[in-house]
Ligand binder design. Structure first.
Ligand code: MIC
Ligand code: SF4
Length: 640
């Protein structure tokens, strides 16, 4: 039986377990990446583990999220990360170098290698033929310390690409189409692997746009073959020597197959407030827009921005529109400056902002009240832009640029504007933004710890009985942005869990923190796909700090579920989803004989308020059970 590419790479890295969907394996991790908003926790944890020497081939610490520096907090975090990176031989990418995923692709990604990153969009590396997985910070710290990562073997969903994209239709429309078909939970428990003759029509950066937004499907990761286009991309980056050809066997068997005819696609948009709320630009109609934001780890490549410049050159930004552009990396910005494209953008009325995440994570550029914003980003969750009542649509760079000129959502193919072919360019590595500390045994250099950096909360071993009050009853598709909001106000406090705890679930229920404090011990009841979105472990650490003991939901998103377990909070799934309706705020719940019950696949939760009993699925692997028993991953590691 032929093998999928995903399983071939996993097999090459397999250290323990067998490649059977649903079972637990441990794989070797070749590379790690961190970014600053999750990175302070990662490096606090790495320091706490007292590691002698990191085990990865290359580990990079990027600064790209918290670059506003409105107070000392961000700069203190940068200094802390830099100092710990230096001790452990972790490369440090300075603020201004660009967005972690774009930079990893350009400078470090290697086909066939594994990458673990403390950011949910780490699968961007799948565009180069890597198995690149997003994880909580603690998992990344452990991957650096031990060179390993444990995961549940996903199924492989094959996406067969046929045909070729027409002008004004691009990679963003491909992934929006897949999201429309599969929804934000369609990828849970799956690796999405692209194959078919359409693959060769897509460049590496097109592929990276698609694998990047595989995160929005909830997939473990997404992967493309490594072919001549991959070689061409690596050559353009001066790294052809790392190229290897990789593909699935011709007779590979996929668990499921989805077919996408590239020729049949038209420009698409994800409407407010979910990346799977997709329709054609034509069907949505010519809605008036206030803001256009081009950039983010999804769509900030050189060719994306060259297309934008070519479109803008044919007109000027509409008088009612604010257009902001953030290039993906310093190299891209440098090249745009050299070849004149930057001048074309500025002449058309674009505002050029820093090469960083910026508006994508609400660090500036919030739209006006009730405003309509078109963004080339990957998430349009309510309030994420920093404006609660804004309507954010996710679109391709082509659709964004043409709409910035017309002032209304526009299908470029019907606009009369032309879209030239973008010639390939060669890049040189810009070393000015990277600090290379020596590799080897941990150096005895000091750790720089600013006053905003507080210790992270730690759980205690599981008790014989676990009880708590229902402090929140949440609906479906709760995001980590809902659980622990992040914007220019709160991102500077990613190293300060006590401060963040005052804002947990702020937009959904502002009384949540007070209710938790009053209850002492709390339980969250959730719907489907609880915890979708980012990898931020703050969405588990803050609830831990507020006394949450377990979460009882209809289903969980992958990374958040792992983060809960790493923190010693039990994620339980209703055996009968209809039981959800029975629970209400203030119910007193108890799991009796918890230490024994968590070791079996199903346990009993007693509602002491109603007197009823409910069956809940634990779904814990052997390792996960151990973590829950010990009160989290760090305690488990310490116990060994
Ligand atoms: C995001 O896009 O939501 C983030 C900000 O990059 C997060 C990481 C974080 O919350 O720090 C992610 O995607 O994991
Ligand atoms: Fe940064 Fe946005 Fe990408 Fe997250 S999704 S890494 S905030 S650009």
């Amino acid at each position: 039986m032929g093998k999928t590419l995903a399983y071939k790479i996993l097999e090459n890295h397999l250290l323990d377990g067998s490649l059977t969907p649903g079972s637990e394996i441990t794989i070797k991790i070749d590379q790690t990446l961190t970014q600053d908003s999750t990175g302070t926790m990662v490096y606090l944890q790495l320091e706490a583990m007292d590691v002698d020497e990191i085990k990865t081939e290359v580990s990079v610490a990027y600064i790209d999220h918290n670059t506003l520096q409105t107070g000392f907090e961000n700069a203190d975090d940068h200094a802390f990360i830099k100092s710990v990176a230096k001790r452990h031989g972790v490369l440090f990418s300075k603020p201004g170098n660009g967005i972690c995923h774009q930079l990893q692709l350009e400078s470090f990604g290697i086909p066939g290698k594994t990458l673990l990153g403390s950011d949910s969009h780490t699968p961007t590396g799948g565009g180069l033929g890597m198995i690149a997985i997003g994880a909580g910070g603690l998992d990344v710290a452990v991957a650096m310390a031990k060179g390993t990562y444990s995961l549940t073997v996903p199924k492989v969903l094959g996406v067969k690409l046929t045909g070729r994209l027409r002008p004004w239709v691009s990679a963003k429309d491909v992934i929006l189409c897949v999201l429309q078909k599969l929804t934000v939970k369609g990828g849970v428990g799956r690796i999405v692997e692209y194959f078919g003759e359409g693959v060769s029509t897509l460049s590496v950066t097109d592929r990276a746009t698609i694998t990047n937004m595989g995160a929005e499907l909830g997939a473990t990761t997404s992967v493309f073959p490594s072919d001549e286009n991959t070689r061409e991309y690596l050559r353009s980056e001066g790294r052809e020597d790392v190229w290897v050809p990789l593909a699935a066997d011709a007779d590979a068997v996929y668990d499921e197959i989805l077919e996408v005819d590239l020729s049949a696609l038209t420009p698409l948009a994800a409407k407010p407030h979910s990346p799977d709320n997709v329709d054609t630009v034509k069907n949505i109609g010519t809605i008036k827009i206030d803001q256009v934001a081009i950039g983010s780890c999804t769509n900030s490549s050189f060719s994306d921005l060259m297309k934008v410049a070519a479109i803008l050159k044919q007109g000027r930004v509409h008088e009612d529109v604010s257009l902001v552009i953030s290039p993906g990396s310093s190299k891209i910005l440098e090249k745009l400056a050299q070849n004149g494209a930057l001048a074309d953008m500025i002449a058309a009325g674009a505002r050029i902002i820093e090469n960083a995440c910026g508006p994508c994570i609400g660090m500036g550029q919030s739209p006006k009240s009730g405003g309509v914003s078109l963004r080339t980003f990957n998430r349009n969750f309510k309030g994420r832009s920093g404006t609660k009542d804004a309507s954010v649509y996710l679109v391709s760079p082509e659709t964004a640029a043409i709409s910035a000129i017309t002032g209304v959502l526009t299908d470029g193919s019907e606009s009369g504007y032309s879209l030239p072919e973008i010639p390939a360019e060669n890049f040189h590595q810009n070393e000015s933004f990277i600090v290379y500390p020596p590799r080897g045994k941990k150096a005895d250099t000091p750790v720089e710890m600013g006053p905003n950096i507080k210790p992270f909360p730690q759980n205690v071993a599981l008790g014989d009985a676990v009880s708590g009050t229902v402090v929140l009853k949440a609906g479906n598709n709760i995001t980590t942005d809902d659980i622990m909001p992040s914007d220019s106000r709160l991102l500077p406090y990613r190293s300060n869990i006590p401060h963040l705890s005052n804002y947990c679930f702020e937009a959904i229920d502002k009384d949540f923190p007070a209710r938790c404090r009053e209850a002492g011990a709390g339980v969250i009841v959730g719907g489907e796909n609880y915890g979708q979105g980012s990898s931020r472990e703050h969405a588990a650490l803050v609830p831990l700090y507020l006394g949450i003991k377990f979460v009882l939901a209809k289903s969980f998103a992958r990374i958040h579920r792992s983060n809960l377990i790493n923190s010693g909070i039990i994620p339980l799934v209703f055996e009968d989803p209809a039981d959800y309706d029975d629970f209400k705020l203030g119910d007193e719940l108890i799991i009796e004989n918890a230490r024994q019950q968590v070791t079996s696949p199903v346990l009993t939760v007693k509602n002491q308020t109603s007197g009823k009993e409910y069956r809940a699925l634990t779904g814990l692997s052997g390792l996960e059970t151990d973590m829950i028993l010990h009160g989290g991953k760090i305690n488990l590691i310490k116990s060994k």
